[in-house]
Design a protein around this ligand. Sequence first.
Ligand SMILES: *Cc1c(COP(=O)(O)O)cnc(C)c1O
Ligand code: SF4
Length: 521
Amino acid sequence: MNFKEDLDEYTEELLDFLYTGKDKEDESGYGPAVQEMLVKARSGSSVQDIVDLFLYLKQARMDSGLSPDCLGLARSDAVGLAIKHQDLDEHRVSLGGRVNQAAFIVQQAGGRVDSYLEDRDREAPSGIMLWERIQENHARIREVLDMSMQEWNSFSGQLRYAIESPRTLESILNLPAGALEEVGRVTKDYRMRLTPYYAGLIMPESLDDPVLLQSVPTGEMVDNAGVEMPPVAADHSPARLIDQFYPRVVTIKATNMCAMYCTHCLRIAHIGKKDRIYPEQAYSEALDYIRRDRRIRDVLITGGDAFMLPDKVLRYMLSELDGMEHVRIKRLGTRIPVTTPQRVDQELLDILEESNDKKPVRVVTQINTAQEITPVSREAFRRISKAVSAVLNQAVLLKGINDSFVKMAHLCETIQEAYVRPYYIFNCSYRNPQFSHLRVPVEKGRDIVEGMYGNISGDAIPRYIATAGGKIPLHRSNVLDREQGDIILQKPWSGEQVRYPDADPEVYSDSRWGLKRYEAK
Ligand SMILES: *Cc1c(COP(=O)(O)O)cnc(C)c1O
Ligand code: SF4
């Protein structure tokens, strides 16, 4: 099938490089290995055998300056093997393209992620890796709180035994006395709540544990200088329970409860100081608002946490929305699969699946560290992902919690392996001084997210967003310049610039194209 004898430029380049080596004594003893590889490359039908031989020859040339001539391979034989390689390959990839280009490019790219692969298990272990220790924590907490196994495994049990006071916190975590006093001072104004399950994700020996930092409030919350901006609802709530930034997407804040309260909660003003049950009329007024505006297409039920709603209320809201013709998509905002996966039972899954069968339901969650993904939460997400059309994650960029490339990349990869698609990373908001100590500069987040391009799967890369009266993308532009019809692009992973010819504006503005060209004038 040898229809083309001439070699491509990559292969010429490879052979020129090899055969400008010196024909001298093989002092390093490459000969025997070359002979062995040569026999395999000549006799067999393996593409890899030929590649291995030439990679080895290239190594010998680079290390010792040896030409293949002195290792028993004449240039004409090498040409024969190059042709054989290309004939064997399904895509007719040339030997030079493979050995001199692709292998090199892959190796170089590999170097970009080596330090991540080395550091991630130590710097940002997942809850799956830590599972044995988490199970020990769980056993200890269950004993201290005197919970039965049945209570532990139920959502109501997890809520009933939730840790809300410094004293209970003290009984399960060894915090310094000063720290506990602080927690006492802060919880006079702000709520603390950790389900026993979520508390068990904290590695008790470290005061900068990322789960601890997300869930146990510290003195900064009351001491930080600054004036709180009015909550979003103050000027973006056109109807009861509704927040609206966009014409076609609205949120219903259907509850003020969460199974755990985050130290960085953007909805802190709305969460308030105690759990409230909303009257039915509030829901019906919110739904009426949506019913009346036929532009609204996507409705996000949030809170607080949408999974705090009783099954009955969830079923009611979803079926009302399913009954509105103009509503095409529903979303549920919840952190509960991470903080209290016991909530995810068959009844809930049935509600989700039933509504998803009518129109797509998406679950939007918040996971900020790989540590929050355990075999239990992963299983909850697996089941949810089978019932709905997508599970998306909105992480918040937080100091000391996920503000490094390794932590964020490992979060994104871990959740993707747990059936969750990274969707947004929010730069932590400026609106609330309560958590200004957790903020990370915009530029730092950009470096982290841009660093993911080309290095992890594209669909594990979230969009980086500032919330400022709607969600504003913060990505760096990779469009550098324009020269004549070309655009100069920059690869975010290497900085390399490439020319990208733009669509021809004249062709684009031509209205007589396609089948229309045949239309009688
Ligand atoms: C986040 C949010 C949305 C949804 O925004 P998407 O970009 O569509 O995910 C809609 N309304 C409000 C008030 C929000 O806060
Ligand atoms: S789950 Fe959401 S609403 Fe609830 S405390 Fe955390 S950030 Fe706030």
